[in-house]
Design a protein around this ligand. Structure first.
Ligand code: IMP
Ligand code: MG
Length: 178
């Protein structure tokens, strides 16, 4: 698996430091509240697990699925969103946790869907942001890393469902997907 990685973009140490910083900001902003933390599967599962263990308020944890990639590195049409067992978010303070904000199409669609529940507030926390690729009008309230326009894997992110278990974020060798 390591042979397929061109270089490490974000090390385990940098990930831990920035995830802690994001948690500090969320702890300040949500003090006295009981947010619903919504993890967007599958890519955010590692980030989510590290982040929520640094939050000090009472919160509930929910999961939804969103996917635009069928099996490659290019988005494929409208995102497919699954609410799974997500309860109504009416009147709740919601924090969406995402792995990477790329074109923004996924989060835009997701936000629109969850807003139909009329939450009291809805914020977005993303591990990575690729602002150069943005197509939809959406931004993250909390973002740990701004990354260049390169396809990255690891720490939850995949290529064709693999590499999610790498402990760091790396750039995949182009020959793997070309
Ligand atoms: P968007 O709708 O273009 O913002 O795409 C968001 C989703 O695409 C993310 O939640 C990721 O799952 C996936 N994605 C975007 N860029 C990458 C990448 O560089 N590596 C792995 N997955 C990515
Ligand atoms: Mg994702």
């Amino acid at each position: 698996m390591l042979n397929d990685i061109e270089r490490v973009l974000i090390s385990e140490e940098e990930l831990a430091r920035k995830v802690s910083e994001a948690a500090d900001a969320i702890n300040r902003d949500f003090a006295g509240k009981e947010p619903v933390i919504v993890s967007v599967l599958r890519g955010s599962f590692v980030f989510m697990a590290d982040l929520v263990r640094k939050l000090n308020m009472k919160c509930t944890i929910e999961f939804i699925t969103a996917s635009v990639y069928k099996n490659g590195t290019a988005p494929d049409g409208k995102p497919d969103i699954g609410r799974m067992m997500l309860p109504s978010l009416k009147g709740k303070d919601v924090l969406i946790v995402e792995d990477i904000l790329d074109t923004g199409v996924t989060l835009h669609a997701l936000k629109e869907l969850l807003m139909q529940d009329e939450p009291a507030s809805l914020k977005i926390c993303t591990l990575m942001d690729k602002p150069s690729r943005r197509k939809a009008d959406i931004y993250a309230d909390y973002s740990c890393f701004e990354v260049p326009d390169e396809f990255v894997v690891g720490y939850g992110l995949d290529y064709a469902q693999k590499y999610r278990n790498l402990p760091f974020v790396g750039v995949l060798k182009p020959e793997i997907y070309e």
